[in-house]
Design a protein around this ligand. Structure first.
Ligand SMILES: [Zn+2]
Ligand SMILES: [Zn+2]
Length: 486
C-alpha cells in the first residue's frame, strides 16, 4: 500500500490535524469548516500526506449509498455535497501543483468515480432530487481529474480498465454540451475514450447522439475539430473510419468539412508525416475528391489544404517514407488527379504560388529525390509553374487586347476582338455569337453582374465566381497567344 494511505488511521496524523480530521470524518457540524481549514492549509505549506487520508475518508460514498437504497431516498444532503465538492476542489489543486505522487491518485480516483456514478444513478431514479446544478460540479471535477490522469501512465490503464468508465464519461459529456468549449476542461485527453465509446462500439450511437441535441451535429463537429483533430492522427483515425463507413453520417461528414476538417488533417500530416499511414487518413478523408468531382466545394477544400501547408506535408511524407507503398500510392494519386484540378481555380493558384517555393526547397532533399514519389512531384511542379504564369498574366495591367475569349464559360472560343458581339448594355462582355450571349444572360451569370459593370462598379472582391470565370478566360487567352507566339 502507498505510504500516504497508511496514514488512514487518524491517530497517526500530526496532533494539529487530529481534531480536524476526526470532525471531518464524522461529518459533524464542524466538518465543513474543518475541511475549509484544510483547504487553506493546503494552499499554504501543509503536506499532502496529512490531507489525503481525510479526503479519502470523506470521499467515501457508503453513508449516502445506504441512505439511498430505500425506494424513496432523501434529497441529496447539502452538507455532504459541500464536503465532497471541497474535496474535489482540493484534489484538483493538488493535481495542478503536482505535489502529490501520481500513485496516490490511483486510490483517490476510484472514489471520485464511485461518486459520479452514484449521482448519475441517483439522478436516473429520482431526477427531481438531484438536479443539474448538483451534478455539474461533480462532473467538472471528475473530468478534470480524469483528463489529467489519462494523460499519464500507468494511471491511464487503471482508468480505461475501470468497468463502466467509458459509458459514464460519454454520458456525462452528452449531458453538459455547454462545457465542450470550456477552455479549462482538457477534453482532448479524453477525446479518444469518448470516440471509442460513442462511435466505435456502435456507429448508430452517433445518430442518437446528434439527435439528442438541437444542433448537436454542429457542436460535435466543433468538438472533433477543436479537441480531437489537433491532438494526434491516432485520435482522428478511428473516428474518421466510423464516419466514413456509415452512409447515414454523410451529412455529419459535410458538417465536419465545413468546420475545417481538411486543414486540421493537413496540419496533422505535416506534423506527423513520419507516422505510418498519416497520409492515408488525410487522402481518405477527402471523400468528395474520391467521387466524381464536385465543383466548387472540392476546390475550396483543396485551397484550404494548400493554405494549411499541404505541399510541405506531401514532401515531408514522401521524404520520410520514400518507399512506403501505401503512402506513396496515395500521394501519387493526389498529385496526379486532385491537385491538377486546382490549376484553374484562382484562390488555389494563389495558395500554390505562396507555398510552392518552400515546398520545392524541401523537395531538394536527397531522400525525397530518391523517393518513388519524385516523378509525380516533378509533374505537379511543372503544372504549378504553368499556373503561376497564368496568374502573372492575369495580374498584368498591360495585357494585349487583340483577342477576346467568349464570355460564355461553356464556350470559351477565342476570336479577334473586332469580330465579337458585345453585350448591348455594359458593352464590356464579348461573345462569339448571339446564342452565347443569350446563354450567358439566361443562366444568370451575366444578368447578375451586368448592372455593376454598366455603372462602372468594380465587382466585389468577394464575388469569387465572377473573378474565377475571368481567370478561366485569361488562361484560355494566354494559351492561345502562346501557341501562336503572340
Ligand atoms: Zn452586360
Ligand atoms: Zn461563344
Amino acid at each position: 500500500m502507498h505510504p500516504v494511505l497508511r496514514l488512514q488511521n487518524i491517530e497517526q496524523a500530526p496532533p494539529s490535524y487530529r481534531n480536524t480530521l476526526r470532525d471531518a470524518l464524522r461529518g459533524g457540524p464542524r466538518a465543513l469548516s474543518n475541511l475549509q481549514t484544510l483547504e487553506r492549509g493546503l494552499a499554504g505549506r501543509a503536506q499532502p500526506k496529512h490531507v489525503l487520508p481525510v479526503l479519502y475518508a470523506t470521499l467515501d460514498p457508503s453513508p449516502i449509498l445506504d441512505a439511498s437504497s430505500s425506494d424513496t431516498p432523501p434529497p441529496f444532503p447539502d452538507s455532504l455535497l459541500d464536503r465532497v465538492l471541497i474535496c474535489i476542489g482540493i484534489l484538483a489543486t493538488m493535481l495542478e501543483d503536482s505535489r502529490v505522487p501520481s500513485e496516490a491518485f490511483s486510490f483517490i480516483w476510484p472514489r471520485l468515480f464511485d461518486w459520479v456514478l452514484f449521482i448519475e444513478n441517483y439522478h436516473d431514479s429520482h431526477p427531481d432530487l438531484v438536479g443539474r446544478e448538483v451534478r455539474r460540479p461533480f462532473f467538472v471535477g471528475f473530468v478534470m481529474a480524469t483528463a489529467e490522469l489519462v494523460a499519464h501512465e500507468p494511471t491511464r490503464d487503471m482508468i480505461e480498465a475501470t468497468p463502466g468508465f467509458r459509458t459514464l464519461i460519454g454520458r456525462i459529456w452528452l449531458s453538459f454540451p455547454e462545457s465542450w468549449d470550456d477552455p479549462d476542461i482538457p477534453w482532448h485527453h479524453l477525446g479518444i475514450l469518448l470516440m471509442d465509446n460513442l462511435l466505435l462500439q456502435d456507429p448508430t450511437n452517433l445518430r442518437d447522439f446528434v439527435a439528442a441535441f438541437d444542433g448537436g451535429e454542429s457542436q460535435l463537429a466543433t468538438f472533433v475539430i477543436k479537441h480531437i483533430a489537433p491532438a494526434s492522427i491516432e485520435y482522428v483515425a478511428p473516428a474518421m473510419d466510423v464516419i466514413l463507413k456509415t452512409q447515414k453520417n454523410q451529412r455529419f461528414m459535410a458538417i465536419l468539412l465545413d468546420h475545417g476538417l481538411i486543414p486540421a488533417l493537413t496540419r496533422l500530416v505535416a506534423l506527423y508525416a513520419s507516422q505510418k499511414d498519416a497520409v492515408k487518413y488525410l487522402v481518405e478523408s477527402f471523400p468528395p475528391l474520391s467521387r466524381p468531382f464536385e465543383m466548387p466545394r472540392a476546390l475550396h477544400w483543396i485551397t484550404q489544404a494548400l493554405k494549411a501547408g499541404l505541399l510541405d506535408a506531401i514532401v515531408l511524407a514522401g521524404t520520410n517514407y520514400p518507399n512506403h507503398a501505401g503512402t506513396i500510392e496515395y500521394l501519387q494519386w493526389f498529385l496526379a488527379h486532385v491537385l491538377p484540378r486546382a490549376r484553374v481555380y484562382l484562390p488555389a493558384v494563389v495558395q500554390i504560388s505562396r507555398t510552392l517555393e518552400h515546398a520545392v526547397s524541401l523537395a531538394a532533399a536527397l531522400a525525397f529525390q530518391k523517393s518513388l514519389l519524385f516523378p509525380a512531384w516533378k509533374a505537379f511542379v511543372a503544372m504549378a509553374e504553368d499556373s503561376l504564369q497564368y496568374l502573372a498574366y492575369y495580374s498584368r495591367p498591360d495585357r494585349p487586347r487583340s483577342v477576346q475569349v467568349c464570355y460564355n464559360s461553356q464556350c470559351l472560343k477565342v476570336l479577334p476582338r473586332k469580330s465579337t458581339k458585345r453585350c448591348p448594355q455594359c458593352r464590356l462582355c464579348h461573345y462569339c455569337s448571339e446564342d452565347c450571349q443569350r446563354i450567358d444572360w439566361l443562366d444568370g451569370k451575366h444578368r447578375r453582374e451586368c448592372g455593376d459593370l454598366y455603372s462602372n462598379r468594380v465587382a466585389s472582391p468577394d464575388d469569387l465566381s465572377a473573378r474565377n470565370r475571368d481567370f478561366l478566360r485569361t488562361i484560355v487567352e494566354f494559351e492561345y497567344m502562346r501557341d501562336r507566339g503572340m
